[in-house]
Write a protein that binds this ligand. Structure first.
Ligand code: ZN
Length: 313
């Protein structure tokens, strides 16, 4: 792939303190206990998060690459991206990158999920990215970490770029879900109700400390076209993953005309599970702890010219 089309917009950046107040108030409609505040970022390279960098600070950018139209109704196998090239295009050749995307099928020999977690740095890149596959023999979920020099992904991704520096972050701690929205949807819709058409973008990570959660993993590419969400959901494999689970990704509260996927988080664990987060499945006992920061800009890379709304959940 030679030239990558690139569009960019500034995002609205209220103070983290204001966002914490908005979430503390608004998320009470969905969780029995909500605490949102601004703290110095804990060392996210340690357990349980095990990210490639300690913090989320410095040059924060939300990046969306490709999109579901490259997967549906039929796969476009030309859409394989190198994260080093994406990083160069967005002006962050050295960057800490976390987020959700489709894994590198040319490496895995099958379509797969990716939870990106790497620090690109001249000569000393640290790549802790996970991929999740469906075992074709028994349908179980297979998780593995990519080799350090494998920095490709396919089809689509929603990534948070930063310098990985320490600094202040938004902490969101919720227990017991009483509403119908998952953790990320609750954050996004609460902010959307307050900031209306002003686009606020968050990137970061959250821990499912207690409970289980519904995830999907893409099996190998479908030999028949998938034309509806119903056909897509029949093709996808769904799993109930168990805490502790670490998820990485982005959300945006309004689409400034870039055909965005407004939220997308992928999960990894240290007990063999990697997939796409949907929602916790034990709401009475669930506990979430998230750390996020604001993206200052959004970068849209290789946006599909012909688009649709299938597969955005
Ligand atoms: Zn996904």
């Amino acid at each position: 792939m030679e030239n990558l089309p690139h569009e960019t917009r500034d995002l609205f950046c209220p103070s983290l303190e204001e966002i914490a107040r908005v979430l503390s108030d608004g998320m009470k409609s969905n969780f029995a206990e909500v605490k949102a505040d601004v703290v110095d970022c804990p060392d996210l390279s340690e357990q349980p998060f095990t990210l490639a960098c300690k913090g989320l600070g410095g040059n924060p950018k939300i990046v969306e690459v490709g999109g579901p139209p490259y997967l549906l109704p039929t796969v476009n196998r030309e859409k394989v991206y190198d994260l080093r090239k994406i990083a160069a295009v967005v002006g962050s050749p050295s960057a800490f990158i976390i987020g959700a995307g489709a894994g590198p099928w040319p490496y895995a020999n099958t379509n797969c999920e990716m939870a990106a977690n790497l620090h690109l740095k001249n000569g000393e890149t640290k790549n802790l990215t996970w991929i999740g596959k469906v075992n074709p023999d028994d349908g179980t979920n297979l998780a593995e970490q990519l080799p350090s020099d494998e920095m490709r992904h396919a089809l689509l991704s929603n990534l948070y770029f930063s310098d990985g520096n320490p600094g202040q972050v938004l902490r969101v701690h919720c227990k017991r879900r009483t509403g119908s929205q998952d953790f990320i949807t609750s954050i996004r819709t609460t902010l959307q109700n307050f900031y209306k058409e002003k686009p606020v973008g968050l990137g970061g990570t959250f821990l499912l400390k207690e409970g289980t959660a519904k995830h999907h993993v893409m099996p190998d590419f479908s030999s028949i076209p998938l034309n509806t969400d119903e056909e897509l959901n029949t093709w996808l494999k769904f799993y109930n993953f168990s805490a502790p689970l670490v998820s990485v990704g982005t959300l945006v509260t309004a689409d400034p005309g870039l055909d965005l996927r407004v939220q997308h988080f992928h999960t990894f664990s240290h007990h063999g599970e990697v997939g796409h987060y949907h929602i916790d499945t034990q709401p009475d006992s669930v506990e979430y702890l998230g750390y996020f920061t604001l993206g200052h800009s959004i970068h849209r890379i290789d946006r599909p010219v012909v688009t649709h709304q299938i597969g955005r959940d």
